[in-house]
Design a protein around this ligand. Structure first.
Ligand SMILES: N[C@@H](CCC(=O)N[C@@H](CS)C(=O)NCC(=O)O)C(=O)O
Length: 230
């Protein structure tokens, strides 16, 4: 059985959604962010970078959300175009864009104090990060308007789960500085978010992590049964 090392409303949610949709049994282990358990030696043995999530698999531990998703898709044959399918190239392109460009910029947006260089530089840093994120979202929106089979409201994929979670976090974090983000400016992404939050897999994940209703289109701060998101 898989073991998902998670914190509520963290990137582990994306992996939880994929496991739920694939129908794979797993159990969870809380990474207690309130004591920075992600920095402890036990967690660092699973993921040397100290970031959440990590997934224990029968073949050993794995980290990096995009890599875990791809590995699960290949192992269980779902949520992504298979090898040999012409759609696999564009799917991989947008999966990597989401992981190494959009998600990476979200980390700069959530933790400007770690990256701006000085307290004084934070406002400018935050402004340029926000405008880069808006440009990334416009590119995703243009892709989504074409309704490729691997990114449409009609069926879930590893990428719809990934993007839906990033949209949720843009609406919520950093606390007190999320008002600039307006999902209605991206109708095709909104449609994917609405379809995704209605899935039974998403309802189960929302219950497990205390995410409430409309978790992607109109999210509320989580109220988890254990742990904390930050
Ligand atoms: N590149 C990583 C990013 C994961 C990530 O940003 N995790 C956040 C939680 S959503 C985290 O561990 N934050 C704790 C920290 O930065 O100290 C991935 O794709 O898994």
């Amino acid at each position: 059985m898989y073991v998902l090392h998670y914190a509520p409303d963290n990137a582990s949610l994306i992996v939880r959604l994929a496991l739920e949709e694939l129908g794979q049994p797993y159990r969870t282990e809380l990474v207690d962010r309130s004591i920075r358990a992600q920095d402890g030696p036990a967690y660092r043995r699973l993921n040397p970078s100290g970031l959440i999530p990590a997934l224990e698999t029968p073949e050993g531990p794995m980290a990096e959300t995009g890599a875990i998703l791809l590995w699960l898709c290949e192992r269980h044959g779902g949520l992504a175009p298979a090898h040999g399918d012409a759609a696999r190239g564009p799917f991989l392109q947008w999966l990597f864009f989401t992981s190494n460009t959009l998600h990476a910029d979200l980390r700069l947006h959530f933790y400007p104090d770690r990256h701006a260089g000085s307290q004084h530089a934070i406002p400018d840093f935050a402004r340029t990060t926000r405008s880069r994120i808006q440009r990334h979202l416009m590119l995703l929106e243009a892709m989504a308007l074409g309704r490729p089979v691997w990114f449409s409201p009609d069926r879930p994929s590893a990428l719809t789960f990934y993007v839906a979670c990033l949209l949720r976090w843009l609406a919520l974090y950093p606390e007190g500085d999320a008002g600039w983000f307006d999902l209605s400016a991206y109708p095709a992404l909104h449609a994917v978010a609405a379809a995704t939050e209605a899935l039974p897999a998403a309802r189960r994940a929302a219950l497990a992590e205390g995410l409430g209703e409309t978790i992607f289109t109109q999210p509320n701060p989580c109220c988890p049964p254990e742990g904390s998101p930050t």
